[in-house]
Write a protein that binds this ligand. Structure first.
Ligand SMILES: CC(C)(COP(=O)(O)OP(=O)(O)OC[C@H]1O[C@@H](n2cnc3c(N)ncnc32)[C@H](O)[C@@H]1OP(=O)(O)O)[C@@H](O)C(=O)NCCC(=O)NCCS
Length: 211
C-alpha cells in the first residue's frame, strides 16, 4: 500500500458525523507551523483547559517538544482540514509514557473551538486508545481542570476514574487495557465503533501526503 507512512504509521481520512472530511496524520516536525498557528484558533478557555495557563503562543522549545515525537513513548496525532491543502490544524491529541510507570501514559487533547462538539474529539481519543493498546499502555491519565466539565463528564462516561493528587491537582485514569472494557457504557461503545472505522480507514486509505 502506498501511503503517507511515518514511523510505520499511516495517515487516513475520515468524515465527521456532519459529513465534513478530516485528515488524520501522525505528528511530524513538518507540522510545526500548523501547530503554532492553531493556538490562534483556541479560545481563552480552551487554552486554559489544555495548558492550565492561558498562553497565547507556544515557545520554540514547546514546538520542538510537541512535534518531534517518536510515536512510541510519545504518540501524537493531528487532525487537518481537507480544505486549504491540509494546512489548517483542527485538533491534536497525544500521550507520553511515564518513565517510571511505563504502562501508564499522560494524555491531552484539544480541538479548535469552531470544531468542538462535532465528534472530532471522539475520533482523536479513539486514536489514542488504539495507539495506547498497541504500545502496551494500560492506563491513559489526564490532568483535568475542575472547571472543565465537558472533559470530566466525557471521561467519566467512558469509565475513567478521577482522583485528587497530593499537590491538589485532579487527574483521571482511564483503563484501556488490563481489564475487560465496560461495554454497557454507551460512550465507550461509540468509541469502540470509531476504532473499527479507523482500522478500516487505515487499511483502505491511500492518501497523498498534504504536506
Ligand atoms: C474536550 C475536547 C477535546 C472535546 O472535543 P470535541 O471535538 O468537542 O469532542 P466531541 O464532539 O467528540 O464530543 C466528545 C464528548 O463530549 C461531549 N461534548 C462536547 N462538547 C460538549 C459541550 N459543549 N457540552 C456538553 N457536552 C459536550 C459530547 O457530547 C461527547 O460526549 P459523548 O461521546 O459521551 O456523547 C474539546 O472540548 C476541547 O478541545 N476543549 C478544550 C481543551 C480541553 O479541555 N482539553 C482537555 C484537556 S485534558
Amino acid at each position: 500500500m502506498q501511503g503517507n507512512s511515518y514511523g510505520g504509521l499511516e495517515g487516513f481520512d475520515m468524515a465527521l458525523p456532519d459529513g465534513e472530511l478530516v485528515s488524520f496524520r501522525p505528528v511530524r516536525p513538518e507540522h510545526r507551523k500548523i501547530v503554532a498557528e492553531g493556538m490562534s484558533a483556541l479560545s481563552f478557555e480552551s487554552r486554559l483547559f489544555r495548558f492550565f495557563t492561558p498562553m497565547v503562543c507556544l515557545s520554540a522549545q514547546q514546538l520542538d517538544y510537541f512535534t518531534e515525537v517518536d510515536q512510541s513513548d510519545h504518540v501524537a496525532w493531528i487532525a487537518l482540514s481537507s480544505d486549504n491543502a491540509g494546512q489548517t490544524g483542527l485538533g491534536i491529541a497525544r500521550f507520553i509514557r511515564l518513565p517510571h510507570q511505563p504502562r501508564v501514559a499522560e494524555f491531552a487533547i484539544v480541538v479548535i473551538d469552531s470544531y468542538q462538539n462535532r465528534g472530532l474529539g471522539l475520533i482523536l481519543l479513539a486514536l489514542l486508545y488504539k495507539m495506547a493498546v498497541s504500545k502496551a499502555i494500560d492506563t491513559l491519565r489526564a490532568s483535568v481542570s475542575l472547571e472543565n466539565k465537558v472533559m470530566r463528564r466525557w471521561l467519566a462516561r467512558l469509565g475513567a476514574v478521577g482522583q485528587y493528587d497530593d499537590d491538589g491537582s485532579y487527574t483521571m485514569d482511564w483503563a484501556v487495557a488490563g481489564k475487560p472494557p465496560d461495554l454497557t457504557l454507551p460512550s465507550l461503545q461509540r468509541l469502540k465503533a470509531i476504532i473499527v472505522k479507523i482500522d478500516e480507514a487505515m487499511s483502505q486509505n491511500v492518501v497523498p501526503d498534504p504536506l
